[in-house]
Design a protein around this ligand. Structure first.
Ligand code: SF4
Ligand code: FES
Length: 871
């Protein structure tokens, strides 16, 4: 570790550390503009100039030369150096307060301000602006230039429906361009023109087409990039920043809710290096307006003849209880079913299942609303979930990541960033699916297998592991039987999966050679698990035989679709012991209680089964059919916990006063239970979590107290020598390295002696023998969900539904890009859609893909055979 002395303080730092980073632990702030610790240094702005010297060496002894006082003689470099591009070397001396360094910084500020409008009093960045801070701390105090001679560039240039650019404020640091290029992998910004006219521009159509565009606002060191919903609505120093978790993020992205006067003004990222680092998807950032929409429910309602009429909470609960009591008395809870959306908190979900199992006497519970989110693989997660402390952002050489049947760009966008980053850092990223997704661009090995042949694909890898003698059997029962049942050569499995034998062998070898191995499986893979039980068996076998489980950075991650899908599984919102699943609720239940879900929106055949209770934020399509409607509080109006797809339980605080009459879901559920004779007395969500920690084994010892991260109130200026503890870390590039939340440990990790069965299940490949094209059901990031619907700013980001067709198929079928086509699903009863064709090469021949969360495309069955013709 090289030793460096900065402003008289000496520190050992890891080899390769930049001078700007070496200075931070010493409390020495070297101001930067273009440098950001999350991106490669470029040395463009020259703000970080420092005086640097190295020890003068005696050529004879190869030892440092000492002066008469015994101190090392320093060879000062003839010119100032940029601290952001200079790597520390042994014995280096740095002076940040040398007169020429001070002078250089002062000159840089003066120079930058010759073309800057100095409109801080109206600028959104004012109060958290590095240029403003550095001008105060390092600038000359006055300028030798006349205001009239400033170069004026365009102001208020719409870069996209989400982002506005003020070209006049831009200091040409290229952070935004580099973020889009290096981090997002969507290089849609660039510089145009030259000299003082140099300007940021977007050169794609639609403009600034990225799922991550909002991050450029945070890291822009001036107010050049602003969000179109926050712009001019509040000053940043008026905001209360409440630590929270995104209600849109399956990855559990950490956020601040910037609140003023009981309104959400903006969402910004909160650093959590094990989750989202400092990044958010645009969905996390911009879908929040629903929380204070004028269309929120503000009163309970009950059906009186044809209409829903507003009533008091007392009337609504009495009405419900009077209807539920005789139903319970007649048939126990067998005819009562409960559907809870996986966007509400663990505390809500826990009490919902307790209400059903203990008060209503029903196991008819589910959180899987439709085809779009039919989660599977929970047993695999329970047994082999990625080890506690796993951090995909730290993956690099020696790690293999296998991603199966997933499209994280559209479903878990922050996860996509982290997987791409891991690949850049040297991890061996293998992406396998039946079609091409954005993640393929980052992969070392891209596999396009035949949809429907997932089990054979995995069996082929296991066979290759076994043939090479690389499999592990220490913790598996039934290995011999499995090996003899797996009786085809690798080439045959490869042939059936539509991939090469070499590809399967290469995956097996890289898994065996890697210190860390992790498998992520996505929604398309979960569809395959439902269609063919062999798929889950084959994945279970591969995990066991690879030996990559039960420890940090090894195991499986299920890429579930919503912010608390994992919590819904953990809290038991699944049919157990003979209970009905959501697919059968309509047929066999007489009473349906729905919390935070809108099945009628996706299913025109949805019916009120006899008595329908809906608890939600809005009068959804389902609520319009209800007998009782109960107004719930949004996530911003109460506290609680969500569990991310990496099984990280995270606490979110209350940021807003609830809408009139709206109450937290757990409070409503408690009142319903007590109205039916229970004697629950939870005073807070924290009380509920205390009970969860007693009854849900994985959550033992968890409490709000332990999960809570002290909210750091961000203050705007980090002055030299000032006592502000909270710089604006995103923009200044001063990060804290925070990690928060608590992961629960899998069975294989808790119990190192636990053994697991490995079984061969014959694959069911019937679907490969039928005619027509294979329908792959995909998802769009922005969809028709009710929370998105009430967030006006993102409406233009919701794509029109389309069908993706391979160019060879399109030619054969006589279809051109953009043409209207008729799609006939060969199911019973048949279903016909009319959509525009997109001929773009992401699907292989014989496959067509449709996102099933857009207008007219809900509830499409993955794997259906379809016929396509001109409309
Ligand atoms: S817009 Fe902001 S981030 Fe982009 S180059 Fe200009 S100052 Fe830098
Ligand atoms: S040149 Fe170092 S921060 Fe820009």
């Amino acid at each position: 570790m090289p030793k460096v002395t900065i402003d008289g303080q000496t520190i050992d730092v890891p080899a390769g550390t930049l001078v700007v980073e070496a200075a931070k632990p010493l409390g020495v702030h070297i101001p930067v503009f273009c440098y950001h610790p999350k991106m490669q240094p470029v040395g463009m702005c020259r703000m970080c100039m420092v005086k640097i010297g190295t020890p003068k060496m005696d050529p004879a002894t190869k030892q440092p030369v000492l002066d008469e006082k015994g101190s090392v003689v320093v060879n000062w470099m003839p010119k100032l150096q940029t601290g952001c591009t200079t790597v520390v070397s042994e014995g280096m001396t740095v002076e940040t307060m040398a007169p020429d360094a001070i002078d250089a910084r002062r000159s840089m500020i003066e120079f930058l301000l010759t073309s800057h409008p100095l409109d801080c009093p109206v600028c959104d960045k004012g109060g958290e602006c590095p240029l403003q801070d550095h001008t105060l701390n390092y600038g000359p105090g006055k300028s030798r230039f006349y205001v009239e001679s400033k170069f004026h560039n365009d102001k208020a240039v719409p870069l996209s429906p989400l982002i506005m650019l003020d070209r006049e404020r831009c200091i040409q640091c290229a952070r935004c361009i580099r973020f889009q290029d290096e981090i997002a992998g969507e290089p849609v910004l660039g510089f145009a023109d030259r000299g003082r006219g140099l300007e940021i521009t977007t050169f794609d159509d639609p403009p600034f087409d990225s799922n991550f565009s909002g991050n450029t606002i945070d890291i822009c060191p001036v107010g050049a990039l602003t969000s179109r919903d926050f712009r001019f609505t509040a000053r940043v120093f008026e905001l209360n920043d409440h630590p929270s978790i995104s209600p849109m993020s399956p990855e559990g992205a950490n956020i601040y809710i910037g609140e003023r006067d009981n309104e959400i003004k903006r969402i910004t990222p909160r650093e959590n290096e094990a989750v989202n680092e400092i990044w958010l998807s645009d969905k996390d950032r911009f879908v929040n307006h629903f929380a204070y929409s004028a269309e929120r429910l503000t009163t309970p309602m009950i059906r009186a003849e044809a209409d829903l009429k507003p009533v008091s909470w007392f009337e609504a609960l009495t009405f419900m209880a009077n209807r539920l009591r005789p139903t319970i008395a007649e048939g126990g809870g067998k005819t009562i079913a409960g559907l809870a959306g996986d966007r509400v908190s663990n505390e809500d979900l826990y009490l919902f299942q307790k209400l059903f199992r203990e008060v209503l006497g029903s196991n008819n519970l589910d959180h899987r609303v439709g085809w779009s989110q039919w989660n599977a693989g929970d047993e695999l997660v329970k047994n082999f979930g990625a080890g506690v402390g796993t951090n995909l952002g730290e993956f690099g050489k020696g790690s293999t990541i296998l991603v199966l049947g997933a499209d994280p760009q559209n479903e878990q966008p922050v996860m996509r960033l982290r997987l791409s980053k891991a690949a850049k850092q040297g991890a061996n990223l293998i992406v396998a699916n039946g079609r091409v997704t954005k993640l393929n661009g980052s992969a070392q090995q891209s596999i396009i297998y035949k949809y429907g042949a997932e089990a054979n694909f995995l069996y082929g890898i296991s066979r290759a592991l076994i043939d090479a003698g690389l499999h592990k059997a220490e913790r598996a029962n039934g290995v011999d039987d499995f090996v003899s049942a797996l009786n085809l050569p690798v080439a045959d499995y490869a042939d059936q999966a539509g991939v090469s034998e070499d590809a399967l062998k290469k995956i097996a070898e890289s898994f065996a050679a890697s210190e860390n191995g992790i498998i992520l499986f996505g929604r398309e893979f979960m569809f395959a698990m439902q269609n063919d039980p062999a798929v889950e068996a084959a994945l279970n076998a591969l995990v066991l035989l690879s030996g990559h489980f039960g420890k940090k950075n090894n195991g499986v991650i299920a890429l579930y679709p919503h912010n608390n899908s994992m919590g819904a599984v953990d809290m038991g919102i699944l049919p157990k012991e003979g209970g009905l699943s959501a697919k059968d609720f309509g047929l066999k239940s007489k009473v349906l209680y729905i919390v935070a879900a809108d099945p009628a929106r996706d299913d025109p055949k949805f019916r009120n089964p006899g008595f329908l209770i809906v608890q939600d934020l809005f009068l959804t399509e389902t609520a319009q059919k209800a007998d009782v409607v109960l107004p719930a509080a949004s996530w911003a109006e109460r506290d609680g916990t969500f569990t991310s797809i990496e099984r990280r339980v995270q606490y979110f605080t209350r940021a807003l006063e609830p809408m009139p009459n709206a109450r937290a879901d757990w409070e409503i559920i408690q009142d319903v239970a007590n109205e039916l004779g229970a004697r629950w007395s939870y005073d807070s969500a924290s009380d509920v979590m205390n009970e969860i920690s007693q009854t849900v084994p994985q959550y033992a010892k968890m409490s709000h107290e332990r999960l809570r991260v002290t909210a750091r109130r961000r203050s705007s200026v980090q002055t030299v020598g000032g006592d502000s503890a909270e710089p604006v870390q995103m923009a200044l590039g001063q990060l804290f390295g925070d990690v928060s939340g608590a992961q629960w440990a899998s069975v294989s990790e808790i119990n190192a002696d636990a053994r697991f069965d490995v079984k061969f299940v014959e694959t069911d490949d019937r679907r490969q023998t039928t005619d027509g094209a294979y329908l792959a059901v995909t998802r769009a990031l922005f969809d028709r969900g009710s929370l998105i619907h009430y967030s006006e700013i993102v409406q233009s980001r919701i794509p029109a539904a389309a069908v993706e067709i391979n160019s060879h198929d399109a030619e054969e079928w006589g279809i051109t890009d953009g043409e209207r086509v008729k799609i006939t699903l060969q199911i019973k009863p048949p279903r016909v859609l009319e959509l525009n064709a997109r001929v773009d090469g992401t699907v292989p021949q014989g496959v067509v893909a449709v996102a099933n969360n857009l207008d007219g495309t809900a509830n499409l069955p993955m794997g259906a055979r379809v016929k396509i013709e001109k409309a």
